[in-house]
Design a protein around this ligand. Structure first.
Ligand code: IPE
Ligand code: IPE
Ligand code: MG
Length: 264
């Protein structure tokens, strides 16, 4: 069944965010503070992914989407790019079996065509192995760009349904977006102090709650994650309605299409 869009139906919300999307930024600065090479920061960053995944399972978060490498990160020095690729390969080799044991479904979004074959093979094997797991869906965005995502979705949609060139809707496009299998993120987190989206999930963040912290990614521990969740829990998610409507408990009920289509 198609996942409802926040602009078409008001999504069901809960105390615990169902989907958290994170820009893991600040590895380089973390290393610099310690007079270490940038790559030492990336190594610590991967370790922190491990504890963040555990944290999500403990908290009952169902989807975690992590920005690991943007379509613009190729602009970095070649040796840093190549180290990041090696780190990705090593992490896949070491972690996938453990993810599977823990009931984690693993997915990668992004333009994988630019990756070398062994890495693409590791990714598709990991996705196949874990595809029926239901505890947590961990998505890694690699060579991902929000603009690329929208363009690839339109292109694939028109290939399958050429008649839609005359006009199409959000509902036509949604199944072709990279994260079509997930509800839209409830909470966006960016570590490392910058307050920008850097071409991450442009479409999917339409009604996501944004949280920015100066904490550098390798330092973003359980306590820091708890602060982000606590901030989320103080937000009023109106999706275009007024506070009064929310207090009176109407709005959602009065719109016939607003039921939680995912049955929660
Ligand atoms: C984020 O950390 C990791 C990647 C982009 C791969 P950075 O490497 O951007 O760290 P800073 O922003 O330079 O501190
Ligand atoms: C965003 O971080 C991408 C990832 C964390 C993978 P960057 O460090 O590349 O973002 P900018 O360049 O500061 O916007
Ligand atoms: Mg950065």
């Amino acid at each position: 069944m198609a996942i409802p869009s926040s602009t078409i139906a008001i999504p069901a919300t809960a105390v615990t965010p169902r989907h958290v999307a994170i820009i893991m930024d600040g590895n380089g600065r973390w290393a610099k503070q310690r007079f270490l090479p940038r790559i030492a920061g990336h190594r610590r960053g991967v370790e922190n992914v491990r504890s963040t995944v555990r944290g999500c399972v403990d908290k009952g978060i169902e989807y975690l989407t992590l920005f690991a490498f943007s379509s613009e990160n190729w602009r970095r020095p070649a040796d840093e790019v190549s180290f990041l690729m090696q780190l990705f390969i090593a992490a896949l080799e070491q972690e996938v079996a453990k993810l599977h044991e823990n009931g984690v479904r693993f997915r990668v979004i992004g333009d994988l065509s630019r990756f070398e074959k062994p890495l693409r093979r590791l990714v598709s094997d990991a996705e196949t192995l874990t595809r029926d797991n239901t505890r947590l869906t961990l998505t890694i965005a690699a060579n991902y760009g929000g603009r690329w995502d929208i363009i690839q979705a339109v292109a694939r949609m028109l290939k399958d349904h050429p008649q839609l060139a005359a006009g199409f809707t959000e509902t036509d496009l949604q199944p072709f977006l990279s994260l079509a299998y997930a509800p839209e993120p409830d909470l966006f987190v960016r570590t490392g102090g910058e307050q920008r989206i850097s071409n991450f999930l442009l479409w999917q963040l339409a009604y996501t709650e944004m949280y920015f912290t100066d904490t550098l990614w390798p330092d973003f521990d359980t306590a820091a994650f708890d602060l982000a969740i606590a901030s989320y829990q103080r937000r009023e998610r109106r999706f275009g309605r007024t506070s009064e409507q929310l207090r009176e408990g109407d709005g959602a009920q009065k719109l016939p299409q607003a039921q939680a289509a995912d049955g929660r």
